[in-house]
Write a protein that binds this ligand. Sequence first.
Ligand SMILES: [Zn+2]
Length: 244
Amino acid sequence: MKDVEKLWLLQELESKMMLIEKEAGIHELTNEIDSKKDMYKKIVSSMEKIIEEYKKTEIQIKSAEITLERIEKQINEWEQHLYEGDFKKAKTLNTIQSDLETQRENRKKLKKNIRYLSQQMKNDKLNLKKLKDKSIEVKKEIHDKKKKMEIILTESKDALMSVEKEISDVKKDIETKSLEYYYKKKEKDSPVIVEYRDGVCTGCNMQFSMILGRTMTPAMETRSYFCENCGRIVIVPLDPTLES
Ligand SMILES: [Zn+2]
């Protein structure tokens, strides 16, 4: 594989960068901010649902009140007629009385329903208030964490920039094809380049096959192989004892 030594260096620099970020707490803080943002989104979506429900209930109450008004009017009319003895025929009287009973029953049900719906609206309002408070709290937390991030980034800026510069310099010297291979592999198998130690790929801990193993003696120059098990680049580092 071409550019192995440069890729190895790139990998080292990238770990160094990760370490600086880790020590500064950047990753942790990024995760915290993301999770707070998710929480905020969920709260807003819950609030939207409640508002929708609230509006529906409001319409239901209005329509129930209109019906109630109509029924009340009807009941009053019939009661007035009955009081004044306007219905002479027994048959009519019976019908009216039975209808009156039905409407009184309807009135009772409607009032109960309106009470229930009003209570629901009260609950919705209460929940909305709670969510609103929570959303303000979470928003403030996000704001504070972002502020903290700015400070951390400023503090570690110099160290990060210097490694970033080294990384971009190394990358300039590596062929695009090699870089593409490296980053594609890195997505699922990190680190991509590992050392060969005691006949084992230190990436996946698989023993190298006998034939390959025998050929993998420490050399004066860096030699690289693909691990037949995990596909990582396995390098045999320069052995200083063989020099001179
Ligand atoms: Zn391996």
